[in-house]
Design a protein around this ligand. Structure first.
Ligand code: ZN
Length: 294
């Protein structure tokens, strides 16, 4: 099956990006231009442009290589529970897969036969991958955990698109995301303090256990088991960088979820029994915590 191909194989991204050309963290460039030599104000834009330029080629390759696979994953599994995976266009039945990729798996997301829309909305996957690549290149977390984060994003972005479409997180995406994340963090721990990996394992297992216990104890009012499986990798990634980062990621995730829920309630677009997918908040909260706190 095509979906067993790891979507996170990013050409040219095997090595962590050279952060030396990225702009310094916010706060580091605080000199007013008037107090510096004429050359200094140009340094930051030049560094930024250079970093962007250097990442542009690999980013384009990454999008070309990954986006169709992510689109295929989201298209396959965005079906209600119990139904077989989707293999083609809903409107005309024309097959969509790696042997028939275009234009259905391109940014236009149109069936090549009947022109109906297939899979996630046009350009969503491509923009998500582009945003992830640029953010990781400019502000990605340091250290050997970057391959694990790239792998995690490669599986989790399509999983979140499925969650948004049909409110489920398929095992076929969350389990490889967790397995690869744990494995790549284990490899990274060979060159780092093993305590990092121990914390990642405890963080992932603990968070998944918490989510799963709410699913068992609270039923539909708790989290889903899909959320628990996603938490295996979320807890590991955040835990690798320390307990405060894990806590910060959870605060961001739950805070964002509460804000959106209140907004939907206030605008009467949801009521107290509406079930919001939680996966998107986990993705945004985790990514934001790793970018801000590492
Ligand atoms: Zn069609």
């Amino acid at each position: 099956m095509a979906l067993t191909d790891p979507p996170a194989a990013v050409p040219g991204r095997e090595d962590p990006p050279d952060r030396s050309l990225a702009p310094p963290p916010s706060g580091a460039v605080t000199k007013p231009a008037s107090q510096t030599t004429p050359a200094l104000p140009r340094e930051r834009p030049a560094g930024l442009a250079s970093a962007l330029g250097r990442t542009r080629v690999s980013t384009v390759f990454a999008i070309l290589a990954i986006s169709p696979l992510m689109r295929l994953a989201a298209l396959r599994y965005a079906v209600p529970p119990g139904l077989p995976s989707r293999t083609g266009c809903d409107a005309c039945g024309a097959p969509v897969g790696l042997t028939h990729p275009w234009p259905a798996l391109g940014p236009a997301a149109r069936c090549g036969h009947c022109r109906a829309r297939v899979g996630p909305p046009p350009a969503t996957v491509e923009l998500a991958v582009l945003a992830a690549a640029v953010l990781l290149a400019l502000a990605g977390p340091p250290g050997g955990a970057l391959p694990a984060l790239i792998w995690w994003l490669g599986w989790t972005i399509p999983a979140i698109l499925v969650d948004l479409a049909v409110h489920r997180l398929p095992d076929r995406l969350t389990v490889p995301a967790a397995a690869g994340t744990w494995l790549l963090l284990g490899v990274a721990a060979l060159d780092a303090d093993p305590e990092h990996w121990l914390r990642a394992v405890i963080g992932g297992a603990g968070l998944a256990f918490f989510f799963a216990s709410t699913a068992v104890l609270l039923g539909r009012r708790g989290f889903g088991l899909g959320d628990a499986k996603l938490a295996l990798s979320v807890g590991a990634l955040l835990g690798w960088y320390g307990w405060p980062v894990l806590l910060f990621g959870l605060v961001l995730t739950f805070g964002l979820s509460a804000l959106v829920s209140l907004g939907l309630l206030a605008t009467r677009r949801a009521n107290w029994s509406t079930h919001l997918p939680f996966g998107p908040f986990l993705l945004i909260g985790t990514t934001a915590a790793l970018l801000l706190a590492t």
